[in-house]
Write a protein that binds this ligand. Structure first.
Ligand SMILES: Cc1cc2nc3c(=O)[nH]c(=O)nc-3n(C[C@H](O)[C@H](O)[C@H](O)COP(=O)(O)OP(=O)(O)OC[C@H]3O[C@@H](n4cnc5c(N)ncnc54)[C@H](O)[C@@H]3O)c2cc1C
Length: 292
């Protein structure tokens, strides 16, 4: 289908983009890579009168290390994440996750900020960001605020972003040495969204688990942090019993709905299996760290 007519704006700076957003209010939508918004416009689920393209905003671009954290501009594409030598060395979980998103064509255009702002429970970055303890930098008419990833996603296509705000970037605390990680994603074919996926970070101290984050993709109306599974693992040695218990509790945290990817029981079982695989790989990587 063809979208409804709209007016296209290409501001050159963040203040200009914010002013346009303020001027047109609910009638405007921000355009990043367009790979979620344009399909919705073609289906007429979204019918904005004004599209504000973020493509020229230099403030939303770049990947750098600053003050013990990584800063990644919202307009960074999936391929730019994958190609970043800084991220490969300092935050390989993000690279591993981005490699599993969509297909090469989509990864040339789709952006980190668009993936997060869209609030689709099938999108992969929300779980990766929660596993990494990331925060989002949001700029609005009243200034800047920083919001933790955990709690930002409040429902299907619903986030804490206010209508007049633009996500400018993401801050990720540098994972300490010895952090194991994994994004385990089950999908039917290249280019498909997850049937179920699990993002994990894990660290050990004295043979026991001292840090663990587990976040699940596409098994509820939004991303799910498996808090009970994390609690069950903390302070425990890693082993078959811990894995079984974590997988059981992760499954209990899910609320999947049946669709072409499977029925609810199958998806719940796959969330457990992805949790198990992600924890297992994260443990191996924590035990055998690759030097950056
Ligand atoms: C065939 C196909 C397969 C896909 N498979 C996957 C997959 O496996 N995993 C996955 O995670 N994604 C997948 N996607 C989605 C893809 O990653 C999209 O690119 C992503 O969801 C949205 O990013 P975008 O830059 O294209 O944003 P857009 O489509 O331009 O925007 C999406 C929404 O976010 C808003 N927005 C964008 N940027 C900002 C910002 N900086 N601040 C505030 N609001 C903003 C827009 O107004 C819009 O409402 C797939 C898409 C396609 C077409």
């Amino acid at each position: 289908m063809i979208p409804r007519p709209f007016e296209y704006h290409a501001p050159d700076s963040l203040p200009e983009a914010l002013a346009l957003l303020g001027q047109h209010g609910e009638a405007a939508r921000l355009l990043a890579g367009g790979h979620s918004l344009l399909p919705m416009m073609k289906l007429r689920f979204a019918q904005p009168d004004h599209l504000i393209d973020l493509g020229r905003l230099a403030e939303l671009k770049g990947i750098r290390e600053e003050g013990g954290a990584l800063w990644i501009g919202a307009m960074t594409t999936e391929n730019e994440l994958i190609w970043s030598t800084l991220l490969r060395a300092r935050c390989p979980l993000l690279v591993e996750g981005a490699r599993q998103i969509a297909d090469p064509q989509v990864r040339y255009r789709g952006t980190l900020g668009g993936d997060l702002s869209h609030g689709d429970p099938g999108n992969d970055h929300p779980a990766l960001m929660i596993a990494l303890d990331a925060s989002f930098v949001l700029q609005g008419p009243a200034g800047e605020r920083v919001v933790p990833a955990d709690g930002f996603f409040v429902g299907t296509y619903a986030t804490l972003l206010d209508p007049g705000e633009i996500m400018t970037g993401v801050r990720i605390p540098l994972p300490p040495p010895g952090t194991g990680y994994c994004y385990a994603k089950l999908k039917r074919k290249t280019g498909d969204f997850a049937t179920a996926a699990a993002a994990v970070t894990l660290r050990l101290a004295g043979g026991n688990i001292e840090h663990v984050r587990i976040a699940l993709t596409n098994v509820g109306d939004t991303v799910i942090r498996a808090v009970d599974a994390e609690q069950a693992l903390l302070g425990q040695p890693f082993g078959a019993h811990a894995l079984d218990e974590a997988a059981r509790l992760a499954m209990a945290a899910c609320a999947p709905v049946a669709d072409l990817r499977g029925d609810a029981d199958y998806k719940r079982a796959m969330a457990g299996e992805m949790t198990r695989r992600a924890l297992d790989t994260a443990y191996e990587r924590a035990m055998n760290p690759v030097q950056p």
